[in-house]
Structures are given as C-alpha cells and as structure tokens.
Design a binder for this molecule. Sequence first.
Ligand code: NAP
Length: 245
Amino acid sequence: MKILILGGTGEARELAEIVAGERGVEIVSSLAGRVRAPVLPAGAVRVGGFGGVEGLRDWLSDNDIDAVVDATHPFAGVMSAHAAAAGTSLGIPVLHLRRPGWREGPGDRWIRVPDTAAAARTVAGLGDRVFLSIGRQGVSAFAHLDRQWFLIRAIDPPTGGLPPAHEIVLARGPFTIADETRLLIDRRIETLVTKDSGGESTAAKLAAARARALPVVVIDRPPLPPGATTVDTAGAAREWLRRRI
Ligand code: NAP
C-alpha cells in the first residue's frame, strides 16, 4: 500500500515515524517548500506544489498512491480542499488529520474572528503594542495599521507588506511560558494575535497572555472540505491506515 502524507506539521512527522518501515506500507511525505530549513520526516520526501487539483491528480496516478493522509496545518485550507477533490475524482480515500483547536478557559480574554482581515480590523481598536504570532503568511493584512507597533514572530521572514512600526523575531517553537512571558514584558505587549493552530508547541503564549490579562485575537480555522473524514491524532490516522492495509 502506497500512502501520500501531506505534511508540514509535527503530526505529519509523527505519522511518518510510526508508519515508515512497516511491512507492506510505502510512504511519501510532501512538503510545500515554504520553510528554508524544514524539519524532515522519516522516509521518502518530495518538496513543492503539485500544480493544483489537476497536478495532484496526475501525481497520485503516476505514483500509484492508494490513500492520502492530509496532515497539513489546520490553516492550509487550499491544500486540504485539493486533496479532497483529487481523492474523490480518483476514488482514492483521503483522511484529514487535524489536531484539536485551542479552547478558551477561565481568565482568558479571547476575541474570536473569522479570518486575518477581521483580525486586523479588531486589532485597530485595541492597544498600541501588538504581538503578531500568526506565522509568515497573512502579515500583510496588518500593513495599513500605522498607529500601532508590531512584534512579528515567524520561522522565516514575512514577505509582502509590513506595518510601518515593527520588529521581526525569527524563531521556531516550542516556546516555554517563561520565554513567552519575558517576551510580553520586554516588548510591553498589550494585545496578542494568533491563529487557532492548536497543539502544545506554541500554546505557551496563551498561558502567558492569560497571566497578564491581555486580550487575545484568535483567528478561526478555515472549514474542512464537506464530508471530510477526520481524526485528531497520528495514532488514530495509523489505525485508519491499518484498516485499509
Ligand atoms: P495552502 O494555502 O493550503 O496551499 C497553497 C498551495 O501550496 C497548495 O495549493 C499547494 O500548491 C501547496 N502546498 C501546500 N501544502 C503542501 C504540501 N504539504 N505539499 C505540497 N504542496 C503543498 O497551504 P499553506 O497555508 O501555504 O501551507 C503550506 C505548508 O506549510 C503546508 O504543508 C502546511 O502544513 C505548512 N504550514 C502552514 C501553516 C499555516 O499557518 N498556513 C503553519 C505551519 C505549517 P499546488 O496547488 O501547486 O499543489
């Protein structure tokens, strides 16, 4: 059985690690190629876009793929939609592996918004010093905000427009609550902006913001394709594959 794992996440690497080397299973992990020095999964890896749904269809056929696990980041909505469309048209099963989103708890001051543009509108009415922790993509939605100062953290430098007053910090998680608290204090942050990425490795910023009673603008995930089959752990994805072998 040959499986394509659409990756770029810790869960995708975890699944590749579990499945690589199992008898009767061959895996290929796919990375978009956005990050300059990606953490590579176990087993075979290909890098770069497929060329839309058509390109992905051709690639799946040419490589005799029997099943696809879409283990991309919860905000990689285009890739998830392409995987679903290509799988449906070829009759190949597609599983979407999505880690659970974060949940608001006591003491949190979250403002949930549907997308990055709405986050920028919300931020415009909040404090002067903003921690933009949304990764490299989407930062340009804040480029017109000239009243506030932004701390922008990402793995690689953002491309596109930037707000006039900003500092860029290049860093890759996991981060500790102590690190995040220090950053909030040092930069005198008044508002945090984050995607609802979920997972442990970048959750410390939420605890640090809670402890300092900061408002947190939380961008909701894009929806999964209609009728998507989903699991939320690499172990459950492994079980789904096992039932198909
Ligand atoms: P996206 O908007 O859903 O996808 C845009 C295009 O990038 C896709 O149409 C596809 O190009 C290509 N692509 C995306 N994921 C790919 C993969 N795993 N393998 C091959 N091609 C891929 O995706 P994105 O939000 O830019 O994310 C890109 C990658 O970064 C994903 O692998 C994702 O897991 C990872 N990532 C994203 C975020 C985030 O916040 N969005 C955070 C952490 C990691 P073609 O149409 O040419 O096939």
